[in-house]
Design a protein around this ligand. Structure first.
Ligand code: GAP
Length: 449
């Protein structure tokens, strides 16, 4: 984010939402039917961005570690799971209706609990009702009692219900973790702020099982490690903070929770929660299922129910934060012309950027297509590339800047003589001439991936 935009503003929000639609990051779901406010679809570049966020998380949480394994558990699950986890009883938000305009609100999110933010009536709210956020559906052809199933409202429970399976098959012992990325569903009362709060979203969660005495130490460890992940991917430190929950915010089972917060255009808000969940989840599932979920440590002869440290992040929400942090506008001379121009650029970290490289033949002339295709095909096995041969080159550079593509490779008529191309850097706009035979190594070095 540029100095000028270092304090996020409502304009930044509108600019990013607009860019998302215009460039194919995010579309409102079912738009041709008037839209469906609470879900969004990820377009051709949005799907790459989101996948890169999830891959970066998986890389740091699973690939680069020896103590964490992955899981992909089912989304549909029987009531017994949610009975044990406490979600059937407690996963509720306080809901109020305005008796004047009939709008619904989440009581705990109102600026003033006495004033309707829609019609500004005072004392017009109904008594708060506890509204369960889980989506219920029916398994099999007969709807009704006994056939209810739930769409998971978090990925976490699949990792607890598979604790024993993973322990027995993965040759891991505490401290070890199970990581999962996937869709979760919550019937949010007030979805909003674009993809920040939606009814269908993706989470990246990891349950780290530790000997009870080691809980506090691993909680600190994961708070630090998770903050560092965002910083390593280029999030400016001034837009991030770690906020420890006050006593009255803590869930009854939590021995400590901290949120990684991002400075969104509307203020600080949550990207991820890191919680010391103690032995609550395994104990609950053990008593409801009748399975023994204690761990027997053969080295010490000790038997214990592991404590769990859980870093729980939102993939879709985090992708949005990366976009907000990367958005920049700067006044530049128009490339090739010299007039003043405002350039919009997403200064995304190369690992997060949808395309790493764009191959741009200077013109559509057939003699440039062959070397441009050769360059594209040499790079495609290594990086996600875009290829674009229409419009003036300056406009194509601007388009790639708005997609956050770190490098453009231009194939021009000199290429036919010198077998070299121009590599243009997104951030500095500097251009270097590079031999085609050295291009892959050159880009690999500069991308640092
Ligand atoms: N297992 C713990 C758990 O699910 P959470 O704080 O409710 O914790 C974790 O969710 C993360 O999931 C949040 O920090 C947020 O990034 C994301 N998340 C939760 N609800 C969301 C929603 N309705 N839309 C988008 N992301 C959401």
């Amino acid at each position: 984010m540029s100095e000028a935009l270092a304090t996020p503003s409502p304009e930044l929000f509108d600019k990013v939402v607009n860019l998302c639609k215009r460039r194919g990051f995010v579309f409102p779901s079912a738009e041709i039917y008037g839209g469906f406010r609470s879900t969004y679809d990820y377009g051709p570049v949005g799907v790459l961005l989101l996948r890169n966020v999830k891959d970066a998380w998986w890389r740091s949480m699973v690939q680069l570690r020896r103590d964490i394994v992955g899981l992909d558990a089912a989304i549909l699950s029987p009531p017994a799971v949610w009975e044990a986890s406490g979600h059937l009883k407690n996963f509720t938000d306080p809901l109020v209706d305005c008796k004047v305009c009939r709008e619904r609100f989440r009581l705990d999110k109102l600026d003033d609990p006495e004033v309707c933010p829609n019609c500004h009536s005072t004392h017009s709210f109904t008594e708060a009702r506890h509204f369960n956020l889980m989506f219920k559906t029916y398994a099999g052809p007969v709807e009704g009692a006994g056939a209810e199933v739930y769409l998971r409202p978090e990925t976490a429970q699949g990792m607890f219900t598979n604790f024993k399976n993973v322990l027995e098959t993965s040759r891991k012992r505490p401290p070890f973790g199970i990581a999962q990325i996937g869709k979760s569903f919550r019937n949010e009362i007030t979805p909003g702020n674009f993809v920040f709060r939606t009814r269908e979203f993706e989470q990246m969660e990891m349950e780290y099982f530790v000997p009870p005495a080691e809980g506090p130490r691993w909680y600190e460890y994961w708070c630090d490690a998770r903050m560092q992940w965002y910083l390593d991917l280029g999030m400016p430190a001034q837009l991030l903070r770690l906020r420890a929950h006050d006593e009255d915010e803590l869930s009854h089972y939590s021995a400590g929770t901290s949120d990684v917060e991002f400075l969104f255009p509307w203020g600080w808000d949550e990207l991820e929660g890191i919680a010391n969940r103690t032995d609550y989840d395994l104990t609950q599932h053990a008593s409801h299922s009748g399975e023994n979920l204690a761990y027997f440590d053969q080295a010490t002869g000790e038997r214990y129910v592991p404590h769990v440290i859980e870093p729980a992040a939102g993939a879709t929400r985090t992708a949005m934060a990366f976009l907000m942090a990367a958005y920049d506008e700067e006044e530049v001379a128009r490339e090739g012309q010299g007039q003043g121009d405002v350039r919009t650029v997403l200064r995304l970290h190369p690992r997060i950027a949808p395309y790493k490289v764009a191959v741009l033949p200077l013109s559509k002339k057939p003699e440039l297509s062959a070397p441009a295709t050769e360059v594209l095909e040499a790079l495609q096995p290594h990086f996600m590339c875009d290829y674009d041969e229409t419009q003036a080159i300056g406009r194509r550079y601007r388009r790639q800047d708005e997609l956050g593509t770190p490098f453009c490779v231009t194939v021009d008529f000199d290429t036919l003589q010198d077998r070299a191309v121009t590599v243009r850097d997104r951030d500095s706009m500097a251009q270097d001439r590079v031999a085609i035979d050295e291009l892959l190594d050159h880009l690999r070095d500069r991308l640092g991936l």
